[in-house]
Design a protein around this ligand. Sequence first.
Ligand code: OGA
Ligand code: NI
Length: 340
Amino acid sequence: MFSVKAQVESGYLTSVPPNYVFDNSNEYISSEAEMIPTIDVSLLTSGTPDQRSKVIQDIGNACRDWGFFQEINHGVPETLRDEMLRGCQSFFNLTEEEKKEFSGKQLFDPISYGTSFNTNVDKAFFWRDYLKVWVHPSYTAPHKPAGFSETVQEFCKRSREVASELMRGISESLGLEESYIQKRFDFELASQLLVVNLYPPCPEPDVAIGLPPHTDHGLLTLLMQNELSGLQVMHNGKWVPVNDPPPNSFLVNIGDHMEILTNGKYKSVVHRAMVNNKETRVSIGTAQGPPLDAVVSPAPELVDCESHNTAYRGIKYREYLVLQKSNQLQWKSCLDHLRI
Ligand code: OGA
Ligand code: NI
């Protein structure tokens, strides 16, 4: 299976090959200038008590109403983000032969370089090459290009700290004690998966897709990207494009396991990645999840005792990932398996 990058660089593509044709109905694009909320998270640690409770309220509202927010003043230096973006671009610029060394065969292989989502089950292929690395609790990263592994390690460590702070804010926004989410799992063993997406320019962007409508599997995803837009978020039945994210921001979104843990109070929201015909778009996500062997079920505090309204059955995170990978990536199909 050739990478999209190699096919595009061969110079022969003037149209989308038939096995990449994807019906992406565009009729629900939001025409209103709706904006994903922006949250200044520095106020969680350095604000006055009033500012802090206002931010917690804002986090709660954003999680409930959007499942997405732009996070600013998170403390990860812009220089590190730039270095990470450059490092990821250099990784994809290795030769196909060099990258082949990293093509994992199994879902839980520490490093996997590949294309589309799962070429064994994808009905149409996606216009996307990827690098996935399990970076926590044990750390590995490609040993090429030079210096890349060190950058990945530092970047992922810093984003893990940002995510921990957010988990505290999210716990409080649910009326739980600050360390509730962290205490529910052995956070030393919490999993963190780095996903780097490369979307090369596409000759006919309207008939292919980078990533189809889906939700993310973990608790929280933090995403950053180069200067090109392409992400769209489903909000009130319409696709809202995420254009011009604030400088040095992370886009944060609720994953399926946060939906399970909060018994549906905060929902994982469907999103998709569109492609363009001009330049290569790169996005870098870190999925913060529970430990792979943790069984996640709704927090009893968030289940209404009288009606016993538990909405999801518990499942091992590891098994959930197997389920997701062996099915087509579409909408909320994987989470639907767990609904009671
Ligand atoms: C993902 C994802 C969006 C993007 O990697 O799960 O949704 O804009 N990426 O690349
Ligand atoms: Ni996603």
